[in-house]
Design a protein around this ligand. Structure first.
Ligand SMILES: Nc1ncnc2c1ncn2[C@@H]1O[C@H](COP(=O)(O)OP(=O)(O)OP(=O)(O)O)[C@@H](O)[C@H]1O
Length: 312
């Protein structure tokens, strides 16, 4: 067993993390949901957060989304320590969170959903033409397969709805996008579409935090995978270097606090975690990452159109 809290750093870059958590803890009464979490996300990097049920993934997302304040520890954005007390504060910083429920208005069309709360006006009226043009421009940049921007989102597929929700998160021009289980309940083709979209977000230089139970998704799209176990860091790996089995071991606790693909400053700074007793892999962890789901059998379609416009 390796007792080491080193954190894998992104390759080929000396840039500073856009988002950095140091020693973040959160409790709910007697429940320690998160203890001393360290996490860095760099621009243009997809970081997957994985962990068994109750590992603390949602709590981490909610802290970053301004739903819960952390009890202790610091969060820095673009190198500056910040306080994220409300969802508005989170969005204002440049963190966009797409929760699992997507929060779309089913009866409204794609344009209306994209610009909800950020409508473009001309004089006293909505500038529908401008919003429609921008909607198409954005969806093209994302290589999104949406048949029309004037249909109600209720009539879209699960993958298309996820696409609209992610596209909407970009309207505020964030630097970090958090996706909470974006492919849960999607079929193979729709999952591939959403993973393609994640690639587009990375190409735009965004830091992407991907919460997922699905190892195939993680291995297909993430640069790094960060494992939470019982509310603590229990692994930080370059996806290219780590095996499926190693990730599962870190999730289940068969290998505790295995965090070594590249040493970093965190190695000396992070307090040693008390060793957890190695437990048998839980049924939930196995269900979440059953071998049959472990690899994506189809390559991701190359939807790149070469369009490289910026959101304006
Ligand atoms: N609002 C809350 N009040 C009390 N306890 C909570 C609250 N939210 C989370 N917890 C507890 O904190 C711990 C971490 O929960 P969290 O939902 O963050 O885990 P998770 O990794 O997202 O799990 P899952 O994959 O099942 O969604 C759990 O023990 C959970 O019961």
């Amino acid at each position: 067993m390796t007792m080491n809290s080193a954190v894998a750093e992104p390759r080929g870059t000396t840039r500073e993390p856009v988002l950095s958590l140091k020693g973040v803890s959160k409790g709910f009464g007697a429940v320690r949901a998160l203890t001393d979490i360290n996490l860095d996300i760099y621009p243009g990097e997809v970081v997957a957060i994985v962990g068994d049920n109750g590992a603390g993934k949602s709590t981490l997302v909610k802290i970053l989304a301004g739903v819960h304040p952390q009890d202790s520890g610091t969060i820095s954005f673009d190198g500056v320590e910040v306080s994220i007390q409300t969802p508005t504060a989170s969005r204002a910083l440049g963190i966009a969170t797409v929760f699992q429920d997507l929060a779309l208005c089913d009866n409204l069309d794609v344009v209306s959903n994209l610009f909800l709360g950020r409508e473009i006006t001309r004089g006293p009226s909505l500038d529908e033409e401008e919003m429609e043009q921008r909607a198409w421009s954005l969806l093209r940049q994302l290589s999104a397969k949406i048949p029309s921007v004037r249909i109600a989102v209720a009539s879209l597929s699960g993958g298309q709805r996820q696409t609209v929700a992610i596209a909407r998160s970009l309207i505020g021009e964030p630097s970090v996008v958090i996706l909470d289980e974006p492919t849960a309940a999607l079929g193979v083709a729709q999952t591939a579409e959403v993973l393609n979209l994640v690639e587009r977000l990375r190409e735009r230089g965004l830091g992407v935090l991907l919460i997922s139970h699905n190892m195939a998704d993680v291995q297909a799209v993430a640069d790094r995978v960060v494992v939470l176990r019982l509310g603590r860091n229990n692994g930080d790996f370059h996806v290219a270097d780590v095996s499926y089995e190693e990730i599962i071991s870190a999730i289940t606790g068969a290998t505790d606090n295995v965090v070594t693909r590249r040493a970093s400053a965190h190695a000396s700074a992070a307090p040693a975690s008390p060793p957890e007793s190695a437990s048998a892999p839980s049924a939930a962890a196995h269900a979440a990452v059953a071998p049959s789901e472990g690899r994506l059998t189809e390559p991701l379609p190359d939807n790149s159109t070469g369009i490289d416009e910026e959101i304006d």
